[in-house]
Ligand binder design. Structure first.
Ligand SMILES: [Zn+2]
Length: 185
């Protein structure tokens, strides 16, 4: 499981490991916490008080410091895993659901016709459909798209890149995902 690290202002920064979260706690960089307690770490004993230090990690933490990303300039990176998650493992041409190994990144306007490799020109397709469409546009191939591509928002990108999101983390992220998103459907 991962901890959702936010800026002090509440913008998503990264998914971090429990160990990385502990380092933020130990450095007193955690400004606030949300969500459930996900782990407790026991540290050394204080030489003066004899008390043992305990760090309790929450599933969502806001950390101090200047964010290293500007979410309004950010374009989420394109990976097959995130693309298939955006399209819910459904082939854009035959409409059938597939397991990830059966799926491909399909370029709507093919490279051969100067298509580009970005979120707006790619959809998820099964191998037979991708093969059948070949180096043609959907119009040329008479294979209309069953859904349209879109660029995921920052919050949606955080959902797409983690397959094991805790319920409270999902609730936080989904609150910022537009209704037009396929994830909100
Ligand atoms: Zn298909």
């Amino acid at each position: 499981m991962k901890v959702l690290k936010l800026s002090a202002q509440g913008l998503p920064q990264s998914w971090i490991s429990l160990e990385q979260a502990v380092i933020h706690y130990a450095a007193e960089e955690v400004r606030w916490e949300m969500g459930l307690e996900v782990a407790v770490f026991h540290g050394g004993h204080n030489a003066v008080t004899g008390k043992q230090s305990i760090i309790t990690v929450s599933s969502i933490i806001g950390t101090k410091g200047v964010p290293n990303i500007n979410p309004f300039e950010l374009k989420p990176g394109l990976t097959n895993g995130k693309l298939f998650a955006r399209d819910r493992n459904i082939c854009a041409y035959c409409g059938e659901p597939f397991d990830e190994p059966e799926l491909t990144r399909e370029h709507i306007i093919p490279f051969a016709q100067n298509g580009v490799d970005n979120w707006m020109n790619v959809v998820t397709a099964c191998r037979p459909c991708n093969h059948r469409k070949s180096h043609r546009t959907p119009e040329q191939a008479h294979m209309p798209l069953l859904y349209t591509p879109y660029v995921p928002s920052l919050w949606e990108d955080f959902i797409l890149r983690n397959r094991r999101i805790l319920a409270d983390q999902m609730e936080f992220l989904m609150a910022h995902v537009p209704k037009s998103s396929r994830l909100a459907a």
